[in-house]
Design a protein around this ligand. Structure first.
Ligand SMILES: NC(=O)c1ccc[n+]([C@@H]2O[C@H](COP(=O)([O-])OP(=O)(O)OC[C@H]3O[C@@H](n4cnc5c(N)ncnc54)[C@H](OP(=O)(O)O)[C@@H]3O)[C@@H](O)[C@H]2O)c1
Length: 336
């Protein structure tokens, strides 16, 4: 059995993470073990480290959700993968009560076979590792029944004749929400800074609106006259109020899906929820039936681009610190 090591959070607000030996994870019947080639960093890691969120923690604890690497073991019922496959995967430990074997900041991680996909030989582990958590978050907000409840993504979507507003299209979650909504048959307009307008259009948005413009909300409402919206997706910290004004003024869906907690009281007729992922509602349709073939056929852009800032488990703390400073159409990645 190979020896494993992890970067551990050893106490509340204790830094840096401490690298040390960790148990080698044993896969369940429908799980794979991935030898991680790269891991990506998300805001939740500094939020947990700084204890800024009420969440069940244990110490020492392994954080991390985004990984890409090589399959080294498969569970008895796994049919989609074989040993040696190069994959990306969502290590879901945090959302399984911080179950360490499923977390990413270690050399070997357990991933459910429904939350992984094979990547091409031309895709580096660093590039691939940016995708999983933000893809899952976008899928949760778009497809779960208590959220926008859109039809699943397809390689040949039927146009629905409706527009989805995505506020924060250049964020990592937004980059995936744009592509998934389009694959479900929706027109997408995105709110991003002027410098990222071309970026969100490359991902498929038909129009980009600059969030720093004083008239951004009015401009979007004007653009949407005569159209029907499917609702709005708030993918960033300061996007909710704009989404609210837009859904209030536009014809169509009155639901705002949001990456962050939403106000308890909303105007009559408007509803909203903070995304809490429930993979049974989207993993098969989004990862297995859509993402895996879409990657194979080159129909899905892995975005944003990786910003590789170090190598080895010892570099993860520097990655967390860099993410905390803020990102722009990039994602912090550590090579392992
Ligand atoms: N609920 C969940 O399960 C879940 C999961 C993942 C993430 N999240 C949360 O979702 C948020 C986004 O995470 P992420 O990793 O996708 O973020 P990120 O990629 O680090 O977000 C940075 C991007 O947001 C854009 N942005 C910032 N303020 C904006 C505004 N007011 N309007 C439009 N765009 C704006 C920036 O655009 P410019 O560079 O163009 O200015 C930048 O490209 C975080 O708050 C995170 O904690 C929640």
């Amino acid at each position: 059995m190979p020896s494993n090591a992890a970067a551990f959070l050893v106490g509340e607000a204790v830094r840096p993470l401490v690298v040390g030996p960790a148990p080698y994870p044993v896969p369940g019947p429908s799980e794979i073990v991935v030898k991680n080639g790269a891991v990506a960093i998300n805001p939740i890691e500094w939020i947990l480290q700084d204890h800024l969120m009420d969440f069940p923690m244990h110490y020492p604890m392994i954080m991390g959700q985004d990984l890409a690497g090589e399959v080294v073991e498969i569970g008895s019922e796994v049919s989609r993968f074989k040993v040696g496959d190069r994959v990306l995967g969502h290590g879901f430990g945090m959302l399984h009560n911080n179950n360490d074997p499923e977390s990413a900041f270690q050399n070997y991680t357990i991933v459910s076979e429904d939350m992984a996909a094979v990547i091409g030989d031309d895709v580096s582990f660093e590039q691939a590792s940016v995708l999983p958590l933000c893809f899952s978050t976008a899928a949760g907000g778009l497809y779960q029944k208590e959220f926008l409840n859109l039809p699943p993504p397809s390689l040949n979507p039927t146009p629905k004749g409706e527009t989805l507003v995505i506020w924060g299209g250049a964020s990592c979650v937004g980059s995936n929400a744009i592509q998934l909504a389009i694959a479900s048959g929706y027109e997408v307009i995105a709110v991003a800074s002027a410098k990222n307008a071309d970026y969100v259009k490359k991902l498929g948005a038909v129009e980009a609106f600059d969030y720093r413009s004083e008239t951004v909300v009015a401009d979007i409402i004007t653009y949407l006259k005569g159209k029907t919206i499917a609702g709005a997706f708030n993918a960033v910290k300061d996007g909710f109020d704009g989404c609210l004004e837009i859904v209030q003024a536009s014809q169509g869906g009155k639901f705002i899906t949001s990456v962050l907690p939403v106000p308890e009281v909303l105007p009559a007729g408007i509803s909203s929820r903070f995304i809490v992922m429930d993979p049974p509602q989207f993993a098969k349709s989004a990862y297995v039936e859509y993402l895996a073939p879409a990657l194979k056929q080159g129909k899905y852009i892995i975005a944003p681009k990786p910003l590789v800032i170090g190598k080895g488990l010892e570099s993860i703390q520097a990655g967390i610190d860099r993410q905390k400073q803020g990102m722009s159409a990039e994602k912090v990645v550590i090579s392992l």
